[in-house]
Design a binder for this molecule. Structure first.
Ligand code: TXA
Ligand code: MG
Length: 344
């Protein structure tokens, strides 16, 4: 299969939309841009399309797919009930990086929901993607457009490096703004429970109602409520270790690593990078006081080291407030829990 790369910014994009919609309606796969990461899209109402998504990703089929809609008006077609707090969340954060779990209607096949009685719904902020969903007339099942276990793609090139030849098309709309997957929430006894931290933070959700973080995210050893959270994930090819905690001590530890033998890649803040000797490959995730920049650059940084002959990667973490919770959650997984905490 030849994968067609289609530029969402081109004047001719409108002419491509009917073809893209027909590929989706007939069970094909199209990678689509969102504000979080690129998705691997197929008709969410078609069990065969869902099976093709699992096959293209090499993903276990007990791991449910997120269903993307063009607007909150479409949600009643696919879910049994909408609680007032779910309605408020949609009104406040859609279109945007928030996925909400509902009880599903029959029309959502078990292949899409990974056998669960629930369905995860999200309305992405990308205009090209919402236009295609509207024209296709079906919702898009869309996991991140990477091979299972690999870093999520935030550019069309990263999508192609994993899925070229396995999908009909990728819609290229540049680099994803947020850079991390959506926050996933469910409502349990009236409380908003975060199953996966992301671009919509605990602090932002608190404006709607009481919020709790699923214990499994905090490393309590429980079984995670989002099935995908239990798998090894986001891993670059070289082993990764993350240093976090007291800034002076973290910086000192990283500079010690830089004195060691071997080809080491450094994934660090601007502040630390300025002190590193020039002979090492470095990817700067941003300034320490800017977690948005860190999130935005996280997956492209992990991809960057895949293209270099490094034996291992030494990374600098951040604190877990605000967006930091999502950043450190992804780094925990990408490093296989190799987090070195330097205390005050
Ligand atoms: O930002 C995003 O959410 C991106 C873009 C493409 O929209 N999508 C994404 O999908 O990250 P994926 O498949 O990589 O992650 C979906 C996560 C998995 O951890 C899955 O287990 C969880 O959502 N999930 C899906 N449906 C669920 C459900 N009904 N209950 C609990 N967790 C669910
Ligand atoms: Mg994923």
């Amino acid at each position: 299969m030849i994968t067609k790369r289609i530029d969402a910014g081109a004047a001719s994009f409108a002419e491509e939309i009917p073809w893209l919609a027909s590929v989706i309606r007939s069970g094909g796969l199209v990678a689509f841009p969102t504000e979080t990461v690129y998705g691997l899209g197929g008709n969410a109402l078609d069990r065969e399309a869902a099976r093709r998504i699992y096959a293209a990703k090499g993903r276990p089929s007990d791991n449910p797919l997120i269903v993307h809609v063009a607007s909150m008006e479409d949600v009643p077609l696919y879910v049994k009930t909408i609680a007032p707090v779910q309605k408020k969340l949609m009104e406040q954060f859609w279109p945007g990086p928030l996925t909400i779990i509902f009880d599903k209607k029959e029309i959502i096949p078990d292949e899409t929901s990974g056998g669960l009685p629930t369905v995860a719904m999200r309305c992405p902020a990308n205009e090209a993607t919402r236009q295609i969903i509207r024209v296709a007339g079906v919702p898009l099942a869309g996991p991140s457009a990477n091979i299972s276990g690999r870093p999520s793609p935030t550019t069309a090139s990263a999508v192609l490096s994993d899925l070229d030849g396995k999908i009909q098309a990728v819609i290229d709309d540049g680099t994803c703004d947020v850079g991390l997957e959506s926050t996933i929430v469910a409502i349990e006894d009236g409380t908003i429970v975060i199953y996966r931290p992301g671009g919509v933070t605990e602090e932002m959700l608190s404006a709607i109602g009481p919020v709790r973080i699923d214990r499994a995210i905090l490393g309590a050893g429980d079984r995670p409520k989002a099935p995908g959270m239990k798998y090894r994930h986001y891993a670059p090819k070289a082993p990764l270790a993350i240093f976090t905690g007291n800034i002076e001590k973290v910086e000192k530890a990283i500079l010690e690593e830089a004195k060691k033998e071997g080809r080491i890649g450094f994934f660090v803040s601007t502040e630390t990078a300025e002190k590193l000797p020039a002979r090492h490959p470095v990817f700067i995730w941003g300034r320490r006081d800017n977690q948005r920049e860190f999130a935005h650059n996280l997956f492209s940084g992990l991809h960057y080291f895949d293209s270099l002959p490094v034996e291992r990667i030494v990374g600098e973490g951040t604190n877990t407030t605000g967006l930091g919770l999502a950043i450190m959650n992804r780094l925990e997984k990408a490093s296989g829990h190799h987090i070195v905490v330097k205390d005050a």
